[in-house]
Ligand binder design. Structure first.
Ligand code: ADP
Length: 547
């Protein structure tokens, strides 16, 4: 017997319709590429996204055609989130930090028909446009009078002129909720990038999940700053969850340095911010010397790579800001787990609470997870056993766009497909996940695994260390031994011996790195993560000290 409830598809257009009707006067504030601050409301987003949808219809785009963006977090980008997906096209957000050749490759692979870009990316567009013959229109996200002359780009238009002539009425079409809505390419550190193709259904379910109290706890009383880029996994879904809950949204544009982010947080009374550890490091570095304080910020989601304990401690103890450590991936829309305490933890001392916050957290309803050994046997949730982390759920990838890479799922005994995350983790009895490594980065020493994240976390707690990366180096007896590459803070001094001594009492002796190498910088990839593959290449001639 089927249930007798209404069969209404979950569509992204319903989010913006809801936002307009229920919190139409809610504010959207953006720092623009031009440097000034732009303000308007959810009702304005709704009207202008309908204009954008009309403009797309005017280009004779088909249902499911791809519209790409090369843009910072800002109001015009938000309008495209709704205008493109709501009208049945697929929004392809491109990471501008990729190499131009890689951008051209993914644009051709995605078969993008239109590219909308912020003017700061004009040189990038000039570098790629000739390589993308199928793009029929290039749209600069600016006023008509700011459109560059002699850019060399054919079919170039300004966004304001393009949508400005369109009516702000539009009947959002109704279609199957499993229709593709947006796509995001993984950074492709090995081989060509692969695209995750999100659907309206997966996006809406993720938006509901993300807003839950033990996830991001978003509400109409929040002022939300997504520092995480809209070109990377839809800014962790915040543009959708914000419409669903009615929070004020504050977009930082291109200004991601500590000073700009701090000033925006204070000026717009931001209560909740989300970003990767590197951004928060810049913010804390800016705040410390002048003794600056937050007057409104209560919590921050930190994810994308492991959040060092020193950062959690600084936010919690020095600034009274709750850190919500999050784990996820492009293939998971991206949220998988988020770290919030349970009632029984509240009476525990601060250090014990910080130790929990260091973990990546508990699964969000909708994400099933398990850890398995090399044979695929499920391991215990005891906080000690570590294995390959597998996930399944309605906002997790089933296959990559165009079937690239074949079937990624691994079936279990019941025939259910699980996505192998490539992460190695433990899960404790309370369901808290802790990522110990990427499977390709884990260090195998004498048959035991050493977590490079643990070793790096200890190093960055040293006041003289700005950044640290731990990699395994081949060893005749132990297979591999850990070696630490360190970038010192400007003006700070520390010796190899002092750093190695710093490990005493903080980890088992056999896990202490065999050597410390001081480097000028550690290579960072397009999504702000350390590129250990590159680091290994740089250190190729390196040999372990003989002791
Ligand atoms: P990329 O394009 O670099 O793959 P993703 O955001 O998809 O970008 O990367 C996902 C990976 O990032 C995860 O599989 C995990 O290894 C790492 N990651 C994400 N969040 C965390 C975290 N909180 N702690 C440790 N690693 C994390």
């Amino acid at each position: 017997m089927l249930g007798l409830m209404q069969d209404q598809p979950l569509l992204i257009s319903s989010l913006i319709e809801f936002a307009e009707r229920h919190h139409g006067d809610g504010e959207i504030v953006s720092r623009r590429v031009e440097g000034d601050i732009h303000r308007y409301t959810w009702a304005d987003v709704a009207g202008r996204s309908r204009q954008a949808a009309n403009a797309l219809d005017g280009e004779s785009l088909g249902f499911g055609d791809r519209v790409a963006t090369l843009a910072w977090n800002g109001y015009r980008h938000l309008e495209l989130y709704y205008g493109v997906s709501g009208s049945g096209r697929v929004l392809h957000t491109i990471n501008p930090r990729l190499h131009p050749d890689q951008i051209a490759w993914i644009m051709n692979h995605a078969e993008d028909k239109i590219l909308c870009f912020d003017l700061s990316f004009l040189p990038l567009v000039q570098a790629v446009h000739a390589k993308c013959p199928d793009v029929r229109k290039w749209i600069a996200l600016c006023d008509a009078d700011r459109l560059p002359v002699d850019s060399g780009i054919p079919h170039l238009d300004s966004y304001e002129r393009w949508i400005g002539t369109q009516p702000d009425t539009y009947a959002w079409p109704t279609f199957d909720e499993n229709t593709a809505s947006s796509m995001c390419y993984t950074s492709g550190t090995t081989g060509n990038p692969k695209a995750t193709l999100y659907s309206h259904r997966s996006t809406l379910l993720h938006a509901y999940g993300a807003a839950l109290p033990d996830v991001m706890c978003l509400s109409a009383r929040d002022s939300v700053l997504p520092v995480v880029p809209m070109f990377h996994v839809n800014a962790w879904g915040l543009p959708y969850s914000a419409a669903l809950t009615g929070c004020k949204v504050v977009f930082p544009g291109p200004a991601l340095d500590g000073k700009s982010v701090y000033e925006l947080i204070e000026a717009e009374q931001v209560t909740f911010a989300a970003g990767v550890p590197t951004v928060w490091q810049m913010l804390l570095t800016h705040m410390k010397p002048g003794g600056l304080r937050f007057s409104s910020l209560t919590r921050t989601v930190i994810g994308g790579s492991a959040c060092p304990p020193a950062m959690i401690h600084a936010f919690q103890q020095d600034y009274g800001v709750d850190v919500l450590h999050a784990w996820g991936m492009t293939e998971m829309s991206p949220l998988g787990t988020l770290c919030t305490l349970k009632n029984k933890h509240l009476a525990q001392p601060a250090e014990a609470q910080d130790a929990i916050r260091l973990k990546q957290g508990r699964a969000i309803f909708g994400v099933d997870m398990k850890i398995v050994d090399g044979d695929g046997t499920e391991l215990a949730w005891d906080g000690k056993a570590y294995g390959d982390l597998m996930v399944k759920g309605p906002w997790i990838v089933k296959a990559y766009y165009k079937g690239e890479g074949g079937d990624p799922l691994v079936p279990d005994a019941n025939g259910h497909g699980w996505f192998p995350t490539g992460d190695v983790a433990t899960i404790d009895a309370d369901g808290y996940l802790q990522i110990t490594d990427r499977s390709k980065d884990v260090i195998k020493s004498g048959g035991e695994w050493i977590s490079s994240i643990d070793i790096e976390n200890i190093a960055v707690a040293h006041p003289a260390v700005a950044m640290a990366a731990c990699i395994g180096v081949a060893h005749p007896k132990w297979d591999e031994r850990p070696v630490l590459a360190v970038v010192k803070r400007p003006g700070a001094e520390v010796t190899r011996e002092e750093l190695l001594k710093f490990y005493e009492g903080k980890t088992a002796k056999w896990q202490v790195p065999d050597d410390v190498i001081f480097v000028e910088s550690i290579p960072i990839g397009a999504t702000g993560k350390m590129l250990k593959t590159k680091l290994r290449e740089q250190l190729r001639g390196y040999t372990l000290p003989t002791i």
